[in-house]
Design a protein around this ligand. Structure first.
Ligand code: AMP
Ligand code: ZN
Length: 471
């Protein structure tokens, strides 16, 4: 079966067809880094990491780009409060965010571009938009996008331009009297006292928020990409504006599939910094293994709102532990099992166990229904618990364990606890191996390679350096 993805553009599920066979180009809007991330921000991270993992399991090579917005009013405000440069704040919270992501077992992106490092590309794209008549500088150097010049404006959020004009006050920004049309939005704005700025031919200033994603997506993935994703609050205006900028500048469709996760709520209201009704990932990690948070997030379909509660977290803890216990039990049996070949009956049982993988795949193929996919893992666990015996063969137990670990790993759930190494530990050992090689201590270098291999980590020496993957 092929993968079906609900596309916000068409408002229906569509068969996933990559632009290039075997490859997926995916861009996920990342956080604004001025504070520790909250578990609402963690929802898109976990959801789209799981999408990526499933695509990889299906054999696709996924180029996964996710930005850090490191120039923003809130970052500047915090920097001024602390009396430091904005980059001190953004670098601090990028590092903290990466720590949280590692705890949630989010695979590192292929690239995490930062807005402040992409200003040149933004200036180029803004100039292209001006040259094509899609943007204009106002007297004070603010550059606006001429929204009505892009005939498809509103196609993602299914809004009509005239309705927007009448009703949407949020589109109006200060300096609106300079705008040709209230619908026009900012691409570049003049600096204010105490703000970071860059030179441009319009004024010294900084970019509007939307332009960064159009530019980074183009630079790292190309003009047309497969999947663009984020939380549903980004549909309008952020993603609508990204489409307008990219398609007007490149004369090409931007992203084929637009995926949006629903909100993580608390007391049925969106968890957000501004409402103050949030828990940071760090706070949750003091009480729970972050694997439990991951399990909790995946227990609902990503397009359904999910209400955070202590009860649901306890249920997630029990669910996650049920899988870990089953694997622990298999490991216990494996230590004592005979080295014998699989019996015919065991072979038959393994085939049956693989049937749960088919169920799992069917759920994931259906717009990444992780709730049903977890249910398939539970059925597998139940099956394993009743069929793994003290007299089972090693090969049989190993096959069952592999089945559970593989499916859990697609969900990013670490269930073979002792065997799993942290990315940072792996990288430290790789570093030590490089040092050993430099010192011509090849025996130690080989020892490290073997040690990693024994833990399921495969190294590959490439011209760009050492790459590693979990086998
Ligand atoms: P921000 O830092 O606010 O730009 O958010 C980063 C990402 O988190 C975006 O994709 C948002 O849509 C997403 N997000 C923020 N709050 C929530 C929430 N309560 N539930 C789900 N996603 C959220
Ligand atoms: Zn974005």
């Amino acid at each position: 079966m092929s993968i079906q993805i609900y596309n916000t553009l068409s408002k229906r599920k569509e068969e996933f067809k990559p632009l290039e066979p075997g490859k997926v180009k995916m861009y996920v809007c990342g956080p604004t880094v001025y504070n520790l991330i909250h578990i609402g921000n963690a929802r898109p991270m976990i959801v789209f990491d799981t999408v990526r993992r499933y695509m990889e399991y299906k054999g696709y090579e996924v180029n996964y780009v996710s930005n850090f917005t490191d120039v923003d009013d809130k970052i500047i405000k915090k920097a001024n409060e602390e009396g430091v440069e904005p980059s001190v704040i953004s670098e601090r919270y990028i590092a903290e965010c990466k720590k949280d992501m590692e705890g949630m077992n989010i695979k590192p992106a292929t690239k995490n571009p930062k807005a402040t490092e992409e200003i040149g590309g933004m200036l180029d794209m803004i100039q292209t938009l001006i040259d094509k008549g899609h943007a204009y500088p106002a007297a004070d150097g603010t550059v606006y996008f001429r929204t009505r010049s892009f005939k498809d404006y509103g196609k993602l959020s299914h809004k009509n331009l005239d309705d927007l004009q009448g009703g949407n006050r949020s589109l109006l920004v200060s300096g609106e009297d300079q705008k040709e049309d209230p619908l026009d939005f900012v691409l570049w704005k003049p600096k204010k006292e105490g703000e970071p700025y860059w030179d441009s031919c319009w004024c010294q200033g900084r970019p509007g928020w939307h332009i960064e994603c159009s530019v980074m997506s183009k630079r790292y993935l190309g003009e047309e990409i497969d999947i663009h994703a984020g939380g549903e609050d980004l549909i309008f205006p952020h993603h609508e504006n990204e489409i307008a900028q990219s398609e007007a500048a490149n004369d090409k469709p931007f992203a084929r599939y637009w995926m949006h996760n629903a909100f993580l709520n608390i007391d049925n209201r969106k968890m957000s910094k501004s409402l103050g009704n949030f828990f940071t990932v760090r706070e949750i990690s003091e009480k729970y293994d972050l694997q439990v948070l991951r399990f909790f997030m995946l227990s609902a379909h990503y397009r359904s709102p999910l209400n955070f509660s202590a009860d649901l977290m306890e249920a997630a803890k029990n669910g996650y532990e049920r899988i870990v216990t089953s694997v622990d039990n298999l490991k216990f049996l494996l230590e004592k099992a005979a080295d014998a070949e699989m019996s015919e009956e065991e072979k038959q049982l393994v085939t049956e166990a693989q049937g749960f993988e088919t169920k799992f795949d069917e759920a994931m193929d259906d717009d990444f229904n992780t709730a049903d996919a977890l249910a398939a893992i539970f059925e597998l666990v139940k099956f394993v618990n009743s069929n793994a015996k003290a007299d089972s063969s090693k090969a049989f137990l190993e096959a069952l364990k592999q089945e559970i670990v593989t499916l859990s790993d697609i969900c990013g759930l670490i269930v073979d606890k002792k065997a799993e190494m942290l990315d940072s530990d792996i990288e430290a050992l790789i570093e030590e191996r490089q040092e050993a090689r430099k010192a011509k201590n090849f025996a130690r270098a080989d020892e490290i390679r073997d040690e990693l291999l024994a833990k399921g980590i495969v190294l590959e020496d490439t011209r760009e350096g050492v790459k590693w993957k979990r086998a």
